[in-house]
Write a new protein. Structure first.
Length: 173
């Protein structure tokens, strides 16, 4: 278990700017948390290069598995022999999936639905693990702390994962 140190939260203007700059829409519970406080080990939404690396991480990890671990789903069509063609097909597939918002390290919150209570995932290459039913559950499990400011309003959404173009309910593939 890692101890979490907290930093001062972002202003609404900083969060609005980050959402515009990176083409994201934060769910309301993430906004509430980041306005109040932010984990020191979390991603810094005012650091362009850091956030761009974190946003690219899921695609880059999948691409690694496509190129080195022979990942290729039948839904993607016939696996091209050319690496650039595989990369472009993968980019197209990933662009149709819900965007992932970086939280801490390789933990992500899906942008959709655009309401509170989205699950938290650990994303490492094609290994995607359900890490918490929502932000409160994630921080409690990962760091053994309670986010009391979110407790009264946070209602977990049913799990619906659109993974790489396919819809699967109740399971992570």
């Amino acid at each position: 278990m890692i101890s979490v140190q907290w930093l001062k939260g972002y202003t609404q203007a900083e969060l609005d700017s980050a959402q515009r700059q990176f083409g994201l829409e934060f769910p309301p519970d993430l906004i509430a948390l980041l306005r109040e406080k932010r984990p020191a080990i979390g991603h810094n939404w005012t650091n362009d290069a850091e956030i761009r690396r974190a946003l690219a991480w899921p695609f880059e990890g999948l691409l690694f598995d496509v190129e080195h671990n022979f990942l290729w789903w039948p839904e993607w069509g016939t696996r091209p022999t050319d690496a650039n063609e595989r990369k472009e097909i993968l980019r197209s597939v990933v662009s149709r999936a819900p965007k992932l918002i970086p939280l801490v390290g390789h933990r992500y919150l899906p942008e959709e639905p655009r309401e509170q209570g989205n699950p938290v995932f650990s994303v490492y290459q094609s290994d995607v693990i359900y890490y918490g039913t929502d932000l409160t559950d994630y921080f409690e499990r990962e760091f053994r702390i309670r986010l009391s400011s979110l407790d009264a309003t946070n209602q977990a959404n049913p799990i619906l994962v659109r993974s790489c173009g396919a819809v699967r309910r109740g399971a992570i593939y």
